[in-house]
Design a protein around this ligand. Structure first.
Ligand code: SF4
Ligand code: SF4
Length: 425
């Protein structure tokens, strides 16, 4: 039976001339060497599904799960085929026919779509990690009961020793001496629960640069549901966020997120809801307000930071790279503007680190191969600090540093700027 849901993609898929240039940019193919991991292989599967030469079985769907959705292939592809969109369409078609694992639909629909439940679940996860329950769940095999593919969750997660960032608590936001900009802050799940110290740095740096910041009343941006092909839930989450933030957003100059995946996904709300007459205009208006942290600061111009010592390098999160939001010059400009700091360019800086949301937990072997390549490149720079702008990357790169016994600090751009301002006091 042909997979008719994929028909709209046929013209795009037909542009694949099977040249294989995508081999050069696919981190998964460079690790596994399998044709099915490659852009070319994924287009061939999609074509076979459309023509009815292949059935959309669980085996076919599982074979496509190892895509990072990173567009490394697109950068090397003459017709610039967006393989991530092909893979997402297949995941969506599969989910429509066969459903998704219960834990997955529960997480997306019952937790991530509701800010209060998300907050409670995040705090429970923090508590579990702090008290060794994550390790216990992994060692006892309990996590594998949820999904047999779950691996190394406890090792990959950072220490998460703090209380987490209290989403919705405006009292914790530092205010500027002189208000020059009124902005909102979109609290990402990954930043709030895993890296609250980086969130605190983000808010201090924004205040230092004249921003009166309001914490938005948002839930998850919906990116996890989208990446798993649950596009209906991703659109529902987008509508919820528009309802929660829309009115407040109107009076704000911008809504800033320090998570590269969130900011890029929020910028896509307009496109995601373009066929929904009730939300189309509101979604487009919200998307236009969204800025990533570095993008916003570079645009308003920052106060001169103090001097720091040492060598830093920068890893481009996929969603901020030139293949997605194209926020690449701004973080480099901010880092290079810190006196005394030596900036070294990272070879293959925009190659995915292998985290890709929860990819590293479900495809740990492939993710580890991708991460090892990244860490070797980091070592080549001799940098003592690896900087990025995405909590998923921070988590995975920090794991890479621990796993390889490297004396390497992994920090958000905001943390380096915050240190520089502190040094300049
Ligand atoms: S999106 Fe990334 S992982 Fe997927 S085929 Fe392209 S390069 Fe490979
Ligand atoms: S580079 Fe593009 S056109 Fe060439 S094989 Fe890969 S996906 Fe097809």
């Amino acid at each position: 039976m042909a997979t008719n849901e994929l028909l709209p993609l046929y013209d795009t898929i037909a542009q694949c001339n099977r040249c294989g240039f995508c081999q050069a940019g696919c981190p998964v193919f460079r690790t596994t060497g399998s044709e099915h991991s490659l852009g070319r292989g994924r287009q061939a599967v999609a074509r076979a599904l459309i023509l009815g030469h292949m059935e959309l079985t669980p085996e076919v769907a599982h074979a496509l799960e190892d895509c990072l959705l990173c567009r490394g292939c697109t950068a090397h592809c003459f017709p610039a085929i967006k393989t991530d969109e092909t893979v997402l369409a297949i995941r969506h078609a599969y989910l429509k026919r066969h459903g998704q694992p219960k834990w997955q639909s529960f997480l997306f629909r019952e937790i991530l779509a509701h800010s209060k439940r998300l907050e409670t679940a995040g705090r429970m996860a923090l508590w579990a990690k702090r008290h060794g329950l994550t390790k216990l769940a992994e060692k006892s095999g309990m996590l594998r009961l949820v999904d047999p593919r779950f691996q190394k969750v406890d090792q990959v997660l950072p220490a998460m020793g703090g209380k987490g960032f209290l989403r919705g608590n405006q009292a914790q936001v530092p205010q500027p001496k002189e208000v020059k900009h009124k902005i909102g802050y979109f609290a990402s799940c990954g930043m709030s629960f895993q890296f609250p110290e980086a969130v605190a740095a983000t808010l201090r740096v924004l205040a230092r640069n004249g921003c009166a910041t309001t914490i938005m009343d948002n839930t998850c941006c919906g990116r996890p549901a989208h990446a798993y092909g649950d596009l209906d839930t991703a659109r529902d989450i987008a509508r919820k966020n528009i309802d929660r933030m829309g009115a407040e957003a109107e009076g704000l100059e911008a809504i800033v997120s320090d998570c590269g995946s969130c900011s890029t996904h929020l910028k896509d709300y307009g496109a995601m809801l373009k066929d929904d007459p009730a939300y189309r205009d509101k979604a487009a208006a919200l998307s236009q307000k969204i800025r990533s942290f570095s993008e916003y600061l570079a645009a308003i111009g920052i106060e001169a930071p103090g001097a720091l010592q040492g060598t830093v390098t920068y890893h481009d999160p996929c969603h901020l790279s030139n293949r997605f939001a194209k926020i690449t010059a701004q973080p480099r400009k901010l880092l290079k503007g810190i006196p005394g700091l030596t900036y070294k360019e990272l070879p293959e800086s925009d190659w995915c680190c292998g985290a890709a949301g929860s990819y590293t937990f479900l495809h740990h072997e492939e993710a580890s191969g991708v991460l090892e390549r990244k860490m070797k490149n980091v070592e080549k720079t001799g940098a003592a600090t690896l900087v990025t702008e995405c909590p998923s990357c921070m988590m995975h790169l920090g794991y890479g540093a621990r796993k390889n016994g490297l004396a390497l600090k992994v920090l958000h751009v905001s943390q380096v700027l915050d240190e520089a301002y502190e040094a300049g006091k």
